[in-house]
Design a protein around this ligand. Structure first.
Ligand SMILES: NC(=O)c1ccc[n+]([C@@H]2O[C@H](COP(=O)([O-])OP(=O)(O)OC[C@H]3O[C@@H](n4cnc5c(N)ncnc54)[C@H](O)[C@@H]3O)[C@@H](O)[C@H]2O)c1
Length: 370
Protein backbone atom coordinates (compact mmCIF):
# COMPACT_ATOMS: atom_id res chain seq x y z
CA UNK A 1 0.00 0.00 0.00
CA UNK A 2 2.85 2.34 0.84
CA UNK A 3 4.45 1.52 -2.51
CA UNK A 4 1.27 2.42 -4.39
CA UNK A 5 1.05 5.69 -2.51
CA UNK A 6 4.70 6.32 -3.06
CA UNK A 7 4.45 5.68 -6.78
CA UNK A 8 1.49 8.03 -7.03
CA UNK A 9 3.31 10.66 -5.01
CA UNK A 10 6.47 10.23 -7.01
CA UNK A 11 4.61 10.65 -10.29
CA UNK A 12 2.81 13.71 -9.03
CA UNK A 13 5.97 15.21 -7.67
CA UNK A 14 7.85 14.50 -10.89
CA UNK A 15 5.15 16.29 -12.89
CA UNK A 16 5.42 19.24 -10.58
CA UNK A 17 9.18 19.31 -11.21
CA UNK A 18 10.62 18.53 -7.80
CA UNK A 19 11.10 21.65 -5.73
CA UNK A 20 13.84 22.17 -3.15
CA UNK A 21 13.25 21.14 0.45
CA UNK A 22 13.84 22.37 3.90
CA UNK A 23 12.93 21.13 7.36
CA UNK A 24 12.25 22.91 10.59
CA UNK A 25 15.37 23.01 12.70
CA UNK A 26 16.03 20.38 15.36
CA UNK A 27 12.56 18.93 15.66
CA UNK A 28 12.19 15.46 17.20
CA UNK A 29 11.89 12.70 14.59
CA UNK A 30 8.19 12.11 15.28
CA UNK A 31 7.33 15.60 14.18
CA UNK A 32 9.90 15.88 11.42
CA UNK A 33 8.42 17.75 8.54
CA UNK A 34 10.08 19.05 5.47
CA UNK A 35 8.80 22.41 4.39
CA UNK A 36 9.19 23.77 0.97
CA UNK A 37 11.49 26.71 0.73
CA UNK A 38 11.51 26.82 -3.04
CA UNK A 39 8.98 29.63 -3.06
CA UNK A 40 11.21 31.71 -0.81
CA UNK A 41 14.03 31.26 -3.26
CA UNK A 42 12.19 31.66 -6.52
CA UNK A 43 12.11 35.31 -7.40
CA UNK A 44 11.46 36.37 -10.90
CA UNK A 45 14.51 37.35 -12.93
CA UNK A 46 13.12 40.77 -13.70
CA UNK A 47 12.82 41.58 -9.95
CA UNK A 48 16.53 41.19 -9.51
CA UNK A 49 19.78 42.27 -10.97
CA UNK A 50 21.99 39.37 -12.02
CA UNK A 51 24.47 39.52 -9.15
CA UNK A 52 21.72 39.45 -6.53
CA UNK A 53 19.92 36.70 -8.43
CA UNK A 54 23.01 34.46 -8.43
CA UNK A 55 23.46 35.06 -4.71
CA UNK A 56 19.86 34.17 -3.87
CA UNK A 57 19.47 31.08 -6.01
CA UNK A 58 23.00 29.74 -5.45
CA UNK A 59 22.74 28.08 -8.84
CA UNK A 60 26.24 28.74 -10.02
CA UNK A 61 28.80 31.29 -11.00
CA UNK A 62 27.66 34.75 -12.09
CA UNK A 63 26.04 34.49 -15.48
CA UNK A 64 24.93 30.86 -15.08
CA UNK A 65 21.27 30.22 -15.82
CA UNK A 66 19.05 29.19 -12.94
CA UNK A 67 18.86 25.46 -13.62
CA UNK A 68 22.56 24.81 -14.10
CA UNK A 69 23.84 22.29 -11.56
CA UNK A 70 20.61 22.68 -9.61
CA UNK A 71 19.96 18.94 -9.28
CA UNK A 72 23.45 18.18 -8.01
CA UNK A 73 23.54 20.58 -5.08
CA UNK A 74 23.10 20.06 -1.39
CA UNK A 75 20.50 22.26 0.29
CA UNK A 76 21.72 23.56 3.63
CA UNK A 77 18.19 24.27 4.79
CA UNK A 78 17.42 20.53 5.08
CA UNK A 79 17.90 19.47 8.68
CA UNK A 80 16.94 16.07 10.05
CA UNK A 81 18.06 15.03 13.51
CA UNK A 82 18.22 11.34 14.44
CA UNK A 83 16.52 10.39 17.69
CA UNK A 84 16.97 6.74 18.54
CA UNK A 85 14.10 6.78 21.06
CA UNK A 86 11.45 7.88 18.61
CA UNK A 87 12.14 5.80 15.53
CA UNK A 88 9.53 3.23 14.46
CA UNK A 89 9.83 -0.56 14.84
CA UNK A 90 9.98 -2.91 11.85
CA UNK A 91 8.78 -6.46 11.25
CA UNK A 92 10.51 -9.55 9.91
CA UNK A 93 10.03 -10.09 6.19
CA UNK A 94 6.98 -12.26 5.62
CA UNK A 95 6.77 -15.03 3.05
CA UNK A 96 9.99 -14.20 1.26
CA UNK A 97 12.38 -16.46 3.16
CA UNK A 98 10.90 -19.40 1.24
CA UNK A 99 10.83 -23.12 2.00
CA UNK A 100 14.16 -24.83 1.55
CA UNK A 101 13.22 -27.02 -1.36
CA UNK A 102 14.80 -25.06 -4.18
CA UNK A 103 18.30 -26.22 -4.92
CA UNK A 104 21.23 -23.88 -4.53
CA UNK A 105 24.95 -24.19 -3.81
CA UNK A 106 25.67 -25.86 -0.50
CA UNK A 107 28.40 -23.27 0.03
CA UNK A 108 25.71 -20.64 0.69
CA UNK A 109 24.55 -22.51 3.81
CA UNK A 110 25.35 -21.02 7.21
CA UNK A 111 24.35 -24.10 9.20
CA UNK A 112 26.51 -24.55 12.26
CA UNK A 113 27.62 -20.92 12.21
CA UNK A 114 26.97 -18.23 14.80
CA UNK A 115 26.43 -14.71 13.48
CA UNK A 116 26.33 -11.44 15.38
CA UNK A 117 24.35 -8.54 13.92
CA UNK A 118 24.72 -5.10 15.50
CA UNK A 119 21.71 -2.82 15.08
CA UNK A 120 19.69 -5.97 14.40
CA UNK A 121 16.52 -4.94 16.24
CA UNK A 122 15.18 -3.02 13.29
CA UNK A 123 15.50 -2.02 9.66
CA UNK A 124 18.29 -3.44 7.53
CA UNK A 125 19.95 -5.19 10.49
CA UNK A 126 16.79 -7.10 11.26
CA UNK A 127 16.33 -8.26 7.67
CA UNK A 128 19.98 -9.33 7.48
CA UNK A 129 19.57 -11.21 10.78
CA UNK A 130 16.65 -12.98 9.16
CA UNK A 131 18.81 -13.84 6.11
CA UNK A 132 21.34 -15.53 8.40
CA UNK A 133 18.60 -17.40 10.26
CA UNK A 134 16.93 -18.55 7.01
CA UNK A 135 20.38 -19.79 5.91
CA UNK A 136 20.67 -21.89 9.06
CA UNK A 137 22.85 -19.77 11.37
CA UNK A 138 22.29 -19.10 15.05
CA UNK A 139 22.19 -15.35 15.54
CA UNK A 140 22.92 -12.88 18.32
CA UNK A 141 21.12 -9.59 17.79
CA UNK A 142 22.88 -6.64 19.42
CA UNK A 143 21.13 -3.30 19.85
CA UNK A 144 20.67 -0.29 22.09
CA UNK A 145 17.03 -1.31 22.22
CA UNK A 146 17.29 -4.71 23.89
CA UNK A 147 13.56 -5.06 24.41
CA UNK A 148 12.85 -4.71 20.70
CA UNK A 149 15.79 -7.01 19.89
CA UNK A 150 14.35 -9.69 22.20
CA UNK A 151 10.91 -9.38 20.60
CA UNK A 152 12.36 -9.68 17.11
CA UNK A 153 14.60 -12.61 18.10
CA UNK A 154 11.47 -14.51 19.09
CA UNK A 155 9.71 -13.46 15.87
CA UNK A 156 12.60 -14.72 13.75
CA UNK A 157 12.49 -18.14 15.38
CA UNK A 158 8.70 -18.25 14.95
CA UNK A 159 9.04 -17.36 11.26
CA UNK A 160 11.64 -20.04 10.75
CA UNK A 161 9.28 -22.62 12.26
CA UNK A 162 6.40 -21.44 10.05
CA UNK A 163 8.48 -21.47 6.89
CA UNK A 164 10.14 -24.81 7.67
CA UNK A 165 7.38 -26.99 9.10
CA UNK A 166 8.79 -30.06 10.78
CA UNK A 167 12.32 -28.63 10.97
CA UNK A 168 14.30 -30.41 13.66
CA UNK A 169 16.92 -27.73 14.17
CA UNK A 170 15.48 -24.28 14.65
CA UNK A 171 18.23 -21.66 14.80
CA UNK A 172 18.77 -20.09 18.20
CA UNK A 173 18.34 -16.30 18.16
CA UNK A 174 19.32 -14.25 21.20
CA UNK A 175 19.18 -10.54 22.05
CA UNK A 176 21.90 -8.48 23.71
CA UNK A 177 22.30 -4.87 24.78
CA UNK A 178 25.26 -2.81 23.62
CA UNK A 179 26.09 0.76 22.81
CA UNK A 180 28.50 -0.03 19.99
CA UNK A 181 30.34 3.26 20.54
CA UNK A 182 31.34 2.28 24.08
CA UNK A 183 34.29 -0.16 24.38
CA UNK A 184 33.19 -1.55 27.78
CA UNK A 185 29.65 -2.10 26.53
CA UNK A 186 30.94 -3.88 23.40
CA UNK A 187 33.16 -6.19 25.46
CA UNK A 188 30.29 -6.99 27.85
CA UNK A 189 28.05 -7.88 24.90
CA UNK A 190 30.72 -10.10 23.32
CA UNK A 191 31.21 -11.92 26.64
CA UNK A 192 27.45 -12.42 26.94
CA UNK A 193 27.18 -13.71 23.36
CA UNK A 194 30.05 -16.16 23.87
CA UNK A 195 28.41 -17.42 27.06
CA UNK A 196 25.13 -17.96 25.18
CA UNK A 197 26.48 -19.38 21.90
CA UNK A 198 29.99 -20.65 22.67
CA UNK A 199 31.58 -19.03 19.60
CA UNK A 200 31.17 -16.39 16.89
CA UNK A 201 31.85 -17.03 13.18
CA UNK A 202 30.24 -14.05 11.46
CA UNK A 203 29.73 -10.40 12.25
CA UNK A 204 27.47 -7.91 10.47
CA UNK A 205 27.82 -4.32 11.69
CA UNK A 206 24.56 -2.57 10.88
CA UNK A 207 24.29 -0.23 13.89
CA UNK A 208 24.50 3.25 12.47
CA UNK A 209 22.45 6.30 11.72
CA UNK A 210 22.31 9.32 9.52
CA UNK A 211 21.02 12.83 10.01
CA UNK A 212 21.10 16.08 8.10
CA UNK A 213 22.64 19.41 8.94
CA UNK A 214 24.70 21.69 6.76
CA UNK A 215 28.40 21.27 7.62
CA UNK A 216 28.69 24.76 9.04
CA UNK A 217 25.67 24.35 11.31
CA UNK A 218 26.31 20.75 12.37
CA UNK A 219 26.43 20.59 16.21
CA UNK A 220 29.85 19.18 17.09
CA UNK A 221 28.53 16.90 19.83
CA UNK A 222 26.27 15.26 17.23
CA UNK A 223 29.16 14.77 14.80
CA UNK A 224 31.10 12.98 17.53
CA UNK A 225 28.07 10.81 18.30
CA UNK A 226 27.57 9.98 14.62
CA UNK A 227 31.21 9.04 14.09
CA UNK A 228 31.21 7.17 17.40
CA UNK A 229 28.35 4.88 16.37
CA UNK A 230 29.14 4.50 12.67
CA UNK A 231 32.96 4.30 12.78
CA UNK A 232 34.10 3.47 16.34
CA UNK A 233 31.19 1.04 16.73
CA UNK A 234 32.19 -0.82 13.58
CA UNK A 235 35.86 -0.86 14.61
CA UNK A 236 35.22 -2.03 18.17
CA UNK A 237 32.96 -4.93 17.19
CA UNK A 238 35.21 -6.00 14.30
CA UNK A 239 38.36 -6.08 16.42
CA UNK A 240 36.53 -7.85 19.26
CA UNK A 241 35.27 -10.60 16.93
CA UNK A 242 38.61 -10.89 15.08
CA UNK A 243 40.42 -11.30 18.41
CA UNK A 244 38.03 -14.12 19.33
CA UNK A 245 38.48 -15.83 15.92
CA UNK A 246 42.27 -15.66 16.18
CA UNK A 247 42.23 -17.04 19.74
CA UNK A 248 40.10 -19.92 18.43
CA UNK A 249 42.33 -20.26 15.39
CA UNK A 250 39.14 -20.31 13.33
CA UNK A 251 38.23 -18.67 10.02
CA UNK A 252 35.45 -16.12 9.94
CA UNK A 253 33.74 -13.48 7.88
CA UNK A 254 32.92 -9.91 8.85
CA UNK A 255 30.53 -7.75 6.85
CA UNK A 256 30.49 -4.01 7.50
CA UNK A 257 27.44 -2.04 6.44
CA UNK A 258 28.67 1.11 4.80
CA UNK A 259 26.61 3.12 2.37
CA UNK A 260 26.82 4.41 -1.15
CA UNK A 261 27.29 7.73 0.69
CA UNK A 262 30.86 6.53 1.31
CA UNK A 263 31.48 6.79 -2.42
CA UNK A 264 29.21 9.59 -3.65
CA UNK A 265 27.70 12.75 -2.21
CA UNK A 266 23.95 12.57 -1.78
CA UNK A 267 21.75 15.45 -2.87
CA UNK A 268 19.88 17.47 -1.84
CA UNK A 269 20.20 16.63 1.85
CA UNK A 270 23.52 17.76 3.36
CA UNK A 271 25.30 15.08 5.41
CA UNK A 272 29.07 15.51 5.14
CA UNK A 273 29.97 13.77 8.45
CA UNK A 274 27.82 10.72 7.57
CA UNK A 275 29.37 10.50 4.10
CA UNK A 276 32.85 10.69 5.62
CA UNK A 277 31.92 8.06 8.24
CA UNK A 278 30.75 5.63 5.56
CA UNK A 279 33.89 6.21 3.50
CA UNK A 280 35.82 5.34 6.67
CA UNK A 281 33.80 2.14 7.12
CA UNK A 282 34.48 1.10 3.51
CA UNK A 283 38.22 1.62 3.83
CA UNK A 284 38.30 0.07 7.28
CA UNK A 285 36.93 -3.10 5.68
CA UNK A 286 39.70 -3.07 3.05
CA UNK A 287 42.40 -2.33 5.61
CA UNK A 288 41.33 -5.03 8.05
CA UNK A 289 40.89 -7.50 5.18
CA UNK A 290 44.59 -7.10 4.40
CA UNK A 291 45.64 -7.13 8.06
CA UNK A 292 43.68 -10.28 8.92
CA UNK A 293 43.89 -12.28 5.68
CA UNK A 294 46.72 -14.43 7.12
CA UNK A 295 44.32 -15.60 9.86
CA UNK A 296 41.51 -16.59 7.50
CA UNK A 297 39.35 -13.69 8.66
CA UNK A 298 37.64 -12.06 5.68
CA UNK A 299 36.30 -8.52 5.89
CA UNK A 300 33.99 -7.01 3.29
CA UNK A 301 31.67 -4.05 3.03
CA UNK A 302 28.11 -3.77 1.73
CA UNK A 303 27.19 -0.30 0.54
CA UNK A 304 23.42 0.02 0.24
CA UNK A 305 21.77 2.78 -1.74
CA UNK A 306 18.42 4.30 -0.76
CA UNK A 307 16.47 1.52 0.95
CA UNK A 308 12.81 1.65 1.92
CA UNK A 309 12.97 1.12 5.67
CA UNK A 310 10.50 2.27 8.30
CA UNK A 311 12.80 5.22 8.80
CA UNK A 312 12.90 6.38 5.17
CA UNK A 313 9.18 5.64 4.80
CA UNK A 314 8.43 8.09 7.60
CA UNK A 315 10.55 10.80 5.99
CA UNK A 316 9.01 10.20 2.57
CA UNK A 317 5.47 10.15 3.94
CA UNK A 318 6.16 13.67 5.14
CA UNK A 319 7.83 14.77 1.94
CA UNK A 320 7.19 12.54 -1.08
CA UNK A 321 9.00 14.92 -3.43
CA UNK A 322 12.24 13.71 -1.90
CA UNK A 323 11.52 10.24 -3.32
CA UNK A 324 11.14 11.73 -6.80
CA UNK A 325 14.50 13.43 -6.45
CA UNK A 326 16.19 10.28 -5.18
CA UNK A 327 14.65 7.86 -7.66
CA UNK A 328 15.37 10.18 -10.58
CA UNK A 329 19.07 9.52 -9.86
CA UNK A 330 18.78 5.70 -9.60
CA UNK A 331 19.21 3.83 -12.91
CA UNK A 332 16.80 1.09 -11.77
CA UNK A 333 14.27 3.86 -11.09
CA UNK A 334 13.25 2.70 -7.62
CA UNK A 335 14.47 2.53 -4.06
CA UNK A 336 15.72 -0.79 -2.73
CA UNK A 337 13.82 -3.11 -0.40
CA UNK A 338 15.62 -4.21 2.77
CA UNK A 339 15.21 -7.79 1.46
CA UNK A 340 17.55 -6.86 -1.39
CA UNK A 341 20.38 -7.19 1.13
CA UNK A 342 19.52 -10.76 2.14
CA UNK A 343 21.44 -12.43 -0.70
CA UNK A 344 24.39 -10.07 -0.45
CA UNK A 345 24.93 -10.61 3.28
CA UNK A 346 24.46 -14.38 3.03
CA UNK A 347 26.95 -14.56 0.16
CA UNK A 348 29.60 -12.56 2.02
CA UNK A 349 29.15 -14.46 5.32
CA UNK A 350 29.21 -17.88 3.66
CA UNK A 351 31.88 -20.04 2.01
CA UNK A 352 30.40 -19.04 -1.35
CA UNK A 353 32.59 -15.93 -1.05
CA UNK A 354 35.67 -17.73 0.30
CA UNK A 355 38.02 -15.83 -2.05
CA UNK A 356 36.33 -12.45 -1.60
CA UNK A 357 37.90 -10.11 0.93
CA UNK A 358 38.32 -6.35 1.07
CA UNK A 359 35.46 -5.90 -1.41
CA UNK A 360 32.76 -3.27 -1.41
CA UNK A 361 29.50 -4.74 -2.68
CA UNK A 362 27.19 -1.94 -3.75
CA UNK A 363 23.50 -2.72 -3.55
CA UNK A 364 22.20 0.54 -4.90
CA UNK A 365 20.23 -0.02 -8.11
CA UNK A 366 23.17 1.40 -10.07
CA UNK A 367 23.21 4.79 -8.31
CA UNK A 368 26.98 4.99 -7.93
CA UNK A 369 27.91 4.04 -11.48
CA UNK A 370 26.31 7.06 -13.12
N1 LIG B 1 18.13 2.83 5.21
C1 LIG B 1 18.92 3.18 4.21
O1 LIG B 1 18.48 3.68 3.18
C2 LIG B 1 20.42 2.97 4.32
C3 LIG B 1 21.20 3.17 3.20
C4 LIG B 1 22.57 2.99 3.27
C5 LIG B 1 23.16 2.57 4.45
N2 LIG B 1 22.39 2.40 5.55
C6 LIG B 1 23.07 1.96 6.78
O2 LIG B 1 22.51 0.74 7.20
C7 LIG B 1 22.55 0.64 8.62
C8 LIG B 1 21.15 0.36 9.15
O3 LIG B 1 20.28 1.39 8.73
P1 LIG B 1 18.69 1.29 8.97
O4 LIG B 1 18.02 2.12 7.94
O5 LIG B 1 18.32 -0.13 9.13
O6 LIG B 1 18.59 2.07 10.35
P2 LIG B 1 17.57 1.87 11.56
O7 LIG B 1 17.60 3.15 12.30
O8 LIG B 1 16.27 1.34 11.08
O9 LIG B 1 18.26 0.72 12.44
C9 LIG B 1 19.46 0.93 13.13
C10 LIG B 1 19.50 0.12 14.39
O10 LIG B 1 20.75 0.41 15.04
C11 LIG B 1 20.50 0.61 16.40
N3 LIG B 1 21.51 1.50 16.97
C12 LIG B 1 21.64 2.84 16.76
N4 LIG B 1 22.65 3.33 17.49
C13 LIG B 1 23.18 2.27 18.16
C14 LIG B 1 24.24 2.11 19.10
N5 LIG B 1 24.97 3.16 19.51
N6 LIG B 1 24.50 0.88 19.59
C15 LIG B 1 23.75 -0.18 19.22
N7 LIG B 1 22.73 -0.10 18.35
C16 LIG B 1 22.45 1.11 17.84
C17 LIG B 1 19.10 1.22 16.49
O11 LIG B 1 18.52 1.02 17.76
C18 LIG B 1 18.38 0.46 15.37
O12 LIG B 1 17.79 -0.72 15.85
C19 LIG B 1 23.14 1.96 9.11
O13 LIG B 1 24.52 1.80 9.33
C20 LIG B 1 22.89 2.91 7.95
O14 LIG B 1 23.82 3.95 7.93
C21 LIG B 1 21.05 2.58 5.52
Amino acid sequence: MFKTNLLRQVTRAAIRQTPAFTATARQPAAVRAFTNSALLREKKDDDLDHTRHDELTTTGPPGASEHEGKFSRTDETIQVEYNENEEPASRPVQGRGGFHFKRTLASFSLEGRVGVVTGGARGLGLVMSQALVVSGADVAIVDLNKEEAAKQAQELMNHFRQENPGAENVPKVTAHYADVADPASVQAALDEILAAHGKIDNLVTSAGFTENFSAIDYPYDRIKKLWGVNVDGTYLFATGVARHLMERNAPGSIVMIGSMSGAIVNVPQPQAPYNAAKAAVRHLASSLAVEWAHAGVRVNCISPGYMLTALTKKILDDKPELAAKWTSLIPQGKMGRPEDLMGAVTFLCSDASAYVTGADLRVDGGYTVT
